[in-house]
Every structure is written in C-alpha cells, then in structure tokens.
Design a protein around this ligand. Structure first.
Ligand code: PSU
Ligand code: MN
Length: 313
C-alpha cells in the first residue's frame, strides 16, 4: 500500500490497512469548528471508543504543526479541541497548512483526501457540506462535493444540514457522479430531522448491501465516492417547529452580519446550538454516534469480503 510522503499515518492505522482490517476515518473540523467545548473533545473520544469496542480501528484525521496526520493520538485530539488559533483546513488549504506549520481541523474534503491517501476507504461524519442557499449569486458550494466526485471512498452522513439548499446539493451530487444510498430510507435526511423533503432513489437495508455497492464501484474502477445517507433516529430528531424557527433565525443573523466563505457553516451551527438552547447539539451528537457505528459496521463487512477472497485488487 503506497502511502503518500508528507502524510503521517499512525502505526496502528498503517498496520490495519495493510492487513485489510476494518478502519474508519473521522474528521476534525467537527471538533475545532463544529461543536462547542468541552463536548467537542468528548464526542471525538467517544467516536474512537465506539469503533474500538466494535473491533474497528479509528483513524482521526487532522493537521498537527504542518503535518497532515491520519490516526491522531488522544493527546493530539485534545490539543486540537482546546487550541484557540486552530484553522479550518479544506483541501485547498492543505499545502499552505503544511508549508506554514498550521495546526487545524480537516473538513470532509481534506479528510477524505488524506484518508484515501492512507488507504482508508470508509469515513464517518455528521453532515456533509453542500450547496449554500443563495449559491446562484454567491457561488458558495462546499469543496466537499468536488472532493467526493474524485475520491473512491464511502462517506456516512446524516444527509446535509437544512442550513443548505438540499435540492441543489442533491442535483450537484448527481452531476458529480456520487452514488447516493439511503440507509433503510428513500427520504434524504436533513441532518437535524429525518426528512429533508427530498427523495433518494436507491435504498439499502444492511451494511453488507452497502459493502456490495462499494465493491461494485471498485470493480468498475469508478473514482467517485459512495454517500451513505443515514437519518437520525426518530427519537433523537429536532422538533419540527423549533427546527424551522431556529433555522430562520440563523440564516437571518448570518445575512445581517455579512458572514461569508468558510466562516458561514461554523457561524450557522453555533447560532443553531445557542438558539435551540443546546437541543440541536444533542441531535448533532446522537447522529454522529449513529454514523460512526454504521461506518464501523460497513468497514467490517468490507474487511470480511476481503478475507473471504471475493475481491482482487
Ligand atoms: N457537519 C457538521 N459539523 C461540521 C461540519 C459539517 O455537523 O462542523 C463541517 C465539515 O467539516 C464540513 C464543513 O466538511 O463543515 C463544510 O464547510 P464548508 O461549508 O465551508 O465547506
Ligand atoms: Mn463555502
């Protein structure tokens, strides 16, 4: 397994990748810019523990003093979660981060790239970035979408947040040739809520079915991601009226303050957390745990397929 020079991979992750044992990549923008302290660090540690308990190696990805790293130590995760001068690192920021020695949390786009470079094929996150509302004028579309178009990985996400233009995001995913699977649903999830109001054509029922789609993609030599959309559990979703009220407030606030570019997503998330008095945060944490668990289950299936000799590289 050729590992890209410039990307540090922990021994644990490297050994698991070489032996085709199950590994799941985790992003760190969720820690540095997505969740408030101290829940950010506990969420990151819980995700790792959940995977280990399921026999899966966690590969938390981030940038430490200019070093893109796949498989951060607990200490490095703690430091990223506590630092004040930490960057939000998308793919285009990686060269600058490396040259200038930044520490930062990697977004879905940068995490997917680094995970793929390290040979990790499964990645669990909370919500994917997408097309922002008003993008027809601002052109604000997350680099996550373009990253998924060119990286053959599996990403588990609770759909995209309702802060985005969900319909436009689904259209872009189609254009970019990203396979979208609904996990036990034909409704695209809206992150805080199970139903974004948009449908998904392709539904799967089990981690084994997801693994079969990933293997077929690989057999075809297709270089785009598979997006597994996992709706938040019905017991955990945000109340519909509260959801609509806080969302409108968040969008109006960002507009009034003229928030633009990479600050937009963190600003909206922070507003939602405060306006819902922490309820959106609990939803975010619950769906994140569920996505990590599902990613682990799919990684185990992929590993078992390999052990069964059903695939050739
Ligand atoms: N979803 C969350 N929390 C987050 C993000 C998504 O629940 O913090 C982050 C992810 O890292 C995603 C990024 O890649 O926001 C997208 O930012 P932008 O819209 O600027 O591309
Ligand atoms: Mn943007």
């Amino acid at each position: 397994m050729p590992i890209t020079p410039g990307v540090a991979v922990s021994d644990e992750v490297r050994e698991a990748v070489v032996a085709h044992r199950p590994v799941v990549a985790l992003e760190t923008t969720i820690i540095t810019h997505g969740l408030p302290r101290p829940r950010n660090v506990t969420a990151a540690r819980d995700a790792e523990e959940l995977l280990r308990d399921a026999g899966v190696v966690p590969a938390t990805v981030g940038v430490i003093e200019g070093r893109p790293t796949v498989g951060l130590s607990t200490d490095e995760i703690d430091r990223l979660g506590a630092a004040d001068d930490v960057h939000k690192v998308g793919t285009r920021d990686l060269p600058v981060a490396m040259a200038q020695g930044w520490s930062g949390g990697t977004t879905v786009s940068a995490t997917a790239l680094l995970a793929h470079r390290a040979g990790v094929g499964v990645f669990a996150t909370g919500g994917l970035g997408g097309v922002h509302r008003g993008a027809a004028e601002t052109f604000d579309e997350s680099a996550d979408l373009v990253a998924l178009a060119g990286l053959p990985i599996l990403v588990v996400s609770a759909g995209v947040k309702s802060i985005l233009d969900v319909g436009a995001t689904l259209e872009r995913l189609e254009t970019l040739q990203v396979t979208v699977l609904g996990y036990r649903t034909t409704t695209f999830p809206g992150f805080y809520v199970r139903d974004s109001g948009f449908g998904i054509a392709d539904r799967v029922e089990t981690p084994a079915e997801v693994a079969a789609v990933v293997r077929a993609r690989d057999a075809l030599g297709l270089h785009s991601a598979v997006l597994l959309a996992n709706p938040v559990d019905g017991a955990d979703e945000l109340d519909d009226a509260l959801h609509r009220a806080v969302l409108e407030g968040a969008l109006a606030d960002a507009e009034a303050q003229g928030v633009r570019g990479k600050d937009t997503t963190p600003h909206l998330l922070d507003h939602l957390h405060r306006a819902s008095e922490g309820r959106s945060l609990e939803v975010n944490l619950a769906l994140y745990r569920a996505n990590v668990a599902l990613g682990g289950a799919v990684a185990r299936e992929l590993s078992a397929l390999h052990d069964g000799g059903q695939v050739g590289q």
